[in-house]
Each structure stands twice: as structure tokens, then as C-alpha cells.
Design a binder for this molecule. Structure first.
Ligand SMILES: Nc1nc2c(ncn2[C@@H]2O[C@H](COP(=O)(O)OP(=O)(O)OP(=O)(O)O)[C@@H](O)[C@H]2O)c(=O)[nH]1
Ligand SMILES: [Mg+2]
Length: 171
């Protein structure tokens, strides 16, 4: 029998931890399309992973490329998606760049989403950072979390938060 698929994706600026997020939670060996770029690897198409819910249902999770020159991929991946997780790296982000990136994405994919700040182990958040992000992106600051994409429990609870938000919006 064909399984019911729930599709989500992970978005955010370059180097935010999107590929890591998919790799941490996927049960299959995740597809990644990272290539070497300068001193690190970057995604040029998308990541893909699978999480089984039960014998009839599974979650498909995609990681978008962060660079907006690949935004045509965002358009492909958004089709059929229920919502997304938007990651922001705490390490030296520029809030205006984030705003532009986020708005470009919302124009392409106006779907339910949650926001999570990564890399707080490398650069702890300062008082007011979460509030500034919430304010700039037009979100409630209670909907913004921190997350380590290398940590399976963190990743799973972020996906749960997204599902709870989608269910809340459907009420
Ligand atoms: N210390 C630390 N490292 C992290 C964290 N999240 C991601 N990383 C590391 O950051 C690097 C970049 O992560 P990726 O998952 O490739 O980032 P990405 O968002 O997919 O990047 P693009 O595909 O270029 O958009 C990897 O070496 C990760 O292990 C974090 O919370 N803390
Ligand atoms: Mg990537």
C-alpha cells in the first residue's frame, strides 16, 4: 500500500545547519547535494530525508540550499509542503540580510513555519536577540527557539513544534 506522506522543509541562510538537520533525523542515508565552495560545503540542490511515523505514514523532510541564487529550487521543493522550519545561525548574522532572505522565501512559500536559532554553543545569544529577530520577521518571540541541528532530540522537538503549529492553525 502506498504510504501517506507529510512533507516539510528546512530553510534559512547559508551555513545555518539545514543539511545537518536533515542528516540528524533521517532514517535513510540522506540525499545531499553539497559541493565544495570556498572553505566549506554548500547545498546546490536539496537535502532529502525520511522519518517513519507508522506502517502507513511517513514524513519527508527536505533541506533547501541557503544561497538565494538557488531560489528556483525553493519553488520546486515548496510544492505539496505543509510547513517549514527556518534556521538562523547565531554566529554573526546580519538581521537585515536575514529579513531580506526570509521575505524572499515567504513570497515563494507562504506556509506555516517556526524559527529556530542555531550555533548558540559558538555564540551565545545576547539579551534581546530573540526579541529583535521576532520583531524584524513579524513573529511572536514565544515562537522562536534555539536548536542544535546535530542533536536528534532538538531536531525532533522542533519538528513536533511545527506540527503543533500546523494543527493549531487548522482548528
Ligand atoms: N557548533 C555548531 N556547529 C553547527 C551547528 N549547526 C550546524 N553546525 C555546523 O555548521 C556547518 C554547516 O552546516 P550545514 O548543515 O552544512 O549548513 P547549511 O545550512 O546546510 O548550509 P548551506 O547548504 O550552505 O545553506 C557544519 O559543519 C555543521 O556541523 C550548531 O548548532 N553548532
Ligand atoms: Mg546545506
Amino acid at each position: 500500500m502506498k504510504k501517506k506522506v507529510y512533507k516539510f522543509f528546512v530553510a534559512g541562510p547559508p551555513n545555518a545547519g539545514k543539511t545537518t538537520f536533515v542528516q540528524t533525523v533521517s532514517e535513510i542515508i540522506p540525499l545531499d547535494t553539497d559541493v565544495k565552495s570556498k572553505d566549506r560545503k554548500t547545498t546546490v540542490a536539496f537535502d532529502f530525508g525520511v522519518i517513519t511515523i507508522d506502517s502507513e505514514r511517513e514524513i519527508h523532510i527536505y533541506g533547501l540550499p541557503g544561497q538565494d541564487r538557488f531560489s528556483f529550487i525553493w519553488e520546486i521543493v515548496r510544492n505539496g509542503a505543509l510547513g517549514f522550519i527556518y534556521l538562523i545561525p547565531a554566529t554573526g548574522y546580519d538581521i537585515l540580510d536575514i529579513m531580506t532572505h526570509y521575505r524572499t522565501l515567504i513570497k515563494i512559500a507562504n506556509l506555516p513555519h517556526v524559527i529556530a536559532v542555531t550555533k548558540v554553543d559558538l555564540k551565545p545569544l545576547e539579551t534581546g536577540d530573540i526579541f529583535q529577530i521576532a520583531n524584524t520577521l513579524g513573529m511572536d518571540d514565544r515562537e522562536i527557539f534555539t536548536l542544535d541541528p546535530r542533536n536528534k532530540m532538538d531536531v525532533k522537538s522542533t519538528i513536533e513544534r511545527l506540527i503543533e503549529k500546523i494543527l493549531f492553525l487548522l482548528r
